[in-house]
Design a protein around this ligand. Structure first.
Ligand SMILES: [Fe+2]
Ligand SMILES: [Fe+2]
Length: 317
């Protein structure tokens, strides 16, 4: 909960020096969706979904990225301040609504990634990341709507929804931040093809909360922690400090997403009487169609309370 408490202060006037130093007070975060939201008068009660699950469904069935971001930020704020208070129930769609562009291709049909040093390479990198963040918005809402209970059938506490709504809100801001950088380079999300691997990985775990947590936050988002520092270096070398700063913000916040995955995976293990480490390894071998590539970003992973002896035995060079 420490991570969550720390991030909450960023939304308010008490933004701490640490947050400001990391760029929260910089023009990079303006005029993003936060300012847009701040400029809006509070939505009338009737404009909000009756329950959090209805809110999740509304986002999942919205195709336009900017609207998906706007609704996510609106509903997350409403959940935090109690204007949406009930969890409700919902059956989330197998696949969320997607815009006509970008064209979705199989991973093997994607063009080769260019070097980030060129303008085209930077656009391709930011576009690929914007696509991941858009998927991540839906993944966070999906987990809220799809999984109301722990494996033993007990209702998940409010802290579970609080965490994943906060993740959805972060991912919406991340997508908007990347779209802003793309726009600054004369491009937009949708200009290039994208691949559908992330959502396919989540579909494989739609039946089971521990499997979903094992794969999505604790494999895929943790992998993001491993690869982002090299991208930041590359963007700095390319003379694009604004894009590098955006990726640093994203990296730092993704630590709390991995931490949420780790925390709720532990809750599942405790409720099931399982050893969390060996169960996670078993679920990853069963449900993750890939390998855990080294090198791991151990400092960032340990900030997420993700111990090396969980993932080290599964790592490949
Ligand atoms: Fe993100
Ligand atoms: Fe994330």
């Amino acid at each position: 909960m420490r991570e969550r408490g720390r991030r909450r202060t960023r939304e308010g006037a008490e933004e701490d020096a640490e947050g400001a130093a990391r760029g929260w007070a910089s023009p990079l975060t303006e005029p993003g969706p936060r300012r847009h939201l701040a400029a809006m008068s509070p939505a009338p009660i009737s404009a909000l979904p009756a329950t959090l699950c209805d809110a999740a469904l509304a986002v999942l069935t919205t195709a336009a990225p900017a609207e998906k971001v706007r609704l996510t930020r609106l509903y997350a704020a409403a959940w935090r301040d109690g204007r949406i208070a009930a969890l409700g129930t919902a059956r989330p769609p197998a696949r969320p609504a997607r815009p006509e562009r970008p064209e979705l291709r199989l991973p093997r049909d994607m063009p080769k990634r260019r070097k980030a040093q060129s303008l085209a390479g930077r656009i391709a990198l930011l576009h690929a990341l914007a696509h991941i963040e858009l998927n991540a918005i839906d993944l966070a809402w999906d987990i809220v709507a799809r999984f109301p209970t722990l494996p033993d059938g007990t209702a998940l506490p409010r802290g579970f929804q609080d965490d994943w709504v906060q993740v959805a809100d972060d991912e919406a801001r991340h997508h908007a931040l990347l779209e802003q950088r793309l726009n600054a380079l004369g491009a937009s999300y949708g200009d290039l093809p994208a691949h559908d691997g992330l959502w396919q990985a989540s579909e494989a775990t739609a039946h089971d909360l521990p499997a979903r947590l094992a794969v999505v936050p604790l494999v895929l988002e943790a992998r993001g922690l491993d690869v982002t520092p090299a991208m930041i270096d590359s963007l700095n070398r390319a003379g694009d400090p604004a894009a590098a700063e955006a990726l640093q913000i994203i990296h730092d916040e993704e630590i709390s997403h991995v931490a949420a995955g780790r925390r709720w995976f532990q809750a599942c293990a405790d409720a099931s009487g399982r050893d969390a480490q060996s169960w996670w390894q078993e679920l990853v071998r069963t449900w993750f169609n890939g390998v855990l590539k080294r090198p791991f970003n151990e400092p960032s992973r340990s900030r997420a309370d993700f111990p090396a002896d969980w993932y080290e035995p599964l790592g490949v060079a």
